[in-house]
Write a protein that binds this ligand. Structure first.
Ligand SMILES: Nc1ncnc2c1ncn2[C@@H]1O[C@H](COP(=O)(O)OP(=O)(O)O)[C@@H](O)[C@H]1O
Ligand code: SF4
Ligand SMILES: [Mg+2]
Length: 475
């Protein structure tokens, strides 16, 4: 009997415990709801801890992927179109913050054809810089990560011999015979053979900047799959970046010469100090600096903004890059200097036979420079086409708004047009068109799914329901 009472007692106590915890759960939920209503979008400590726990898991695995040792075949890819130098496909780059995941680049796809200038335009915060930093694999980890997608880049890499060494190219005479020269030591003294005659070595072919030439071959790398260590093959050599504010990119305590020589020595390790200086002066000359000797000896603060940007361009060109990414290269400069820098970029692009990815919020800059334009909004591409298509027949209401908000000389209005409203919160993006709250052309379908990219010409694409087939049929 005693046992029976004991069992019943325990069962009743368990029941009360269970009911108690369910009721406590209800109260907790109600309390959390009240708290959320009171705090608006603020998160509770428990929610932040939960987000942070989930983020850590993803960040850890993505960091591990970047630090792994990988064989080349793991990150070698194939171009979909061999005329492109860069193909970005469905790129997602995220920031894992304690407030939630910021989808800064959320499914971006576009190409840079070889030899062309592609402009990315969009208002501040739309993901332009995050796109360019993803290409360089320079997103600030562990929070900033390429989450998924491909960044295929056609690189020019050293062709290797059977021992894994680069194959030099030698100077030849008119009959194709290799030319020889005296072998010299580091002090310039001719080295002699046992019989006293000068030692001969083949003359290594050099480019116009003095860099030794080797046999090269094209290899396509998927940067999104590349370990960070392998990126040194591309950064500075194949891919170069010019930033908005050169003062923050140059080291204030070293002269321009020191900094340029350092880059030269990085690219041409066998160069002597004199050779490095010669090359640095040539580079300063190349970017239109009239007194290279003086600039070589100057500190960054002694130069004007335009001059500093020219130095940055010289630095970017040191490795003979195939693709230059210029992120707002003229935003910090006044208008006349801006035009000079753009002219310089244009002429250098042709000279090095490279391509440019030009990022700017300034439609004027894009109009002057770009062959193709990509318009971004809230981490996505909403329109892309040739420069003429985007400027003369823009389709997306946002692109049309951007065009209208550009100041012109012949406008008689006192006030500039501005697109009303704000970009949605990047942590909680809606399922429907991100531009809906600001769009004056909204139709019934706009409350539905996010619009797909619709092709309106062989080279022109737009993500807007106004151009969907059924909507066209309705009209
Ligand atoms: N370190 C960071 N942490 C969290 N969010 C970031 C960080 N850097 C950028 N973002 C977010 O990514 C989005 C895109 O930024 P960015 O590419 O710099 O814009 P822009 O188009 O002006 O270059 C913005 O919403 C910004 O808030
Ligand atoms: S899909 Fe609809 S809301 Fe979005 S831009 Fe087009 S018309 Fe405007
Ligand atoms: Mg930016």
């Amino acid at each position: 009997m005693k046992e029976w009472f004991k069992k019943v007692g325990v069962a009743v106590a368990d029941w009360f415990k269970k009911v108690g915890s369910v009721i406590a759960g209800w109260f907790k939920k109600i309390a959390a709801k009240f708290k959320k209503e009171k705090n608006g979008n603020y998160l509770t400590g428990a929610e932040v801890r939960q987000i942070s726990k989930e983020n850590n898991k993803v960040m850890h695995s993505l960091e591990k992927k970047k630090k792994r040792k990988a064989k080349e075949e793991e990150f070698v890819a194939e171009m979909k179109d061999s005329s492109n130098i860069l193909e970005i496909e469905n790129l997602h780059s995220y920031f894992f913050t304690d407030q939630g995941v910021v989808k800064a680049v959320n499914g971006v796809s576009f190409n840079v054809p070889q030899g062309s200038t592609v402009g990315i335009v969009g208002e501040s915060g739309c993901g332009k810089s995050v796109t360019s930093m993803s290409i360089m694999q320079l997103l600030q980890g562990p929070q900033g990560q390429i989450y998924s997608g491909s960044i295929r880049f056609k690189s020019l890499d050293f062709k290797l011999d059977s021992k894994g060494k680069p194959i030099p190219i030698y100077e030849t005479d008119e009959n194709g015979e290799i030319l020889y020269e005296d072998l010299k030591d580091s002090k310039g003294n001719v080295k002699l053979d046992k019989d006293g005659s000068p030692k001969k070595v083949p003359v290594h072919k050099r480019d116009i900047y003095g860099t030794k030439q080797y046999e090269m071959e094209e290899k396509v790398f998927d940067i999104a799959q590349m370990p960070t260590k392998e990126m040194y093959r591309l950064r500075g050599r194949q891919l170069a970046m010019i930033f908005q504010e050169p003062m923050t990119s140059l080291n204030p305590v070293f002269t321009i010469g020191d900094q340029l020589d350092e880059v030269t020595l990085l690219h041409v390790p066998e160069a002597t100090k004199e050779e490095a200086k010669k090359r640095s002066l040539e580079m300063l000359n190349l970017v239109g600096i009239a007194m290279p000797e003086r600039v070589y000896k100057s500190y960054p603060h002694e130069l004007s903004g335009g001059m500093r940007q020219r130095v940055m361009i010289a630095m970017a060109l040191e490795g003979n890059p195939r693709l230059i990414i210029a992120d707002e290269p003229t935003t910090a400069l006044d208008v006349t200097i801006q035009a000079q820098i753009l002219d310089l970029l244009r002429s250098l692009k042709d000279r090095i036979n490279g391509s440019i990815l030009l990022i700017t919020h300034d439609l004027g800059v894009i109009a002057e420079m770009a062959d193709y334009v990509v318009v971004m909004y809230a981490g996505r591409i909403i329109e892309q086409g040739t420069a003429s298509e985007i400027f003369h027949s823009p389709k997306h209401p946002y692109t049309i708004g951007l065009q209208k908000s550009k100041p012109t000389m012949d406008s008689d209005s006192d006030t500039l047009f501005s697109i009303p409203g704000n970009v949605p919160n990047p942590i909680n993006m809606p399922d429907y068109c991100y531009f809906r709250e600001r769009c004056s052309k909204c139709i019934h379908k706009c409350s539905g799914d996010y619009p797909e990219m619709i092709q309106v010409s062989p080279t022109h694409w737009v993500a807007c329901h106004l151009y969907s087939q059924e909507n066209k049929d309705e009209n």
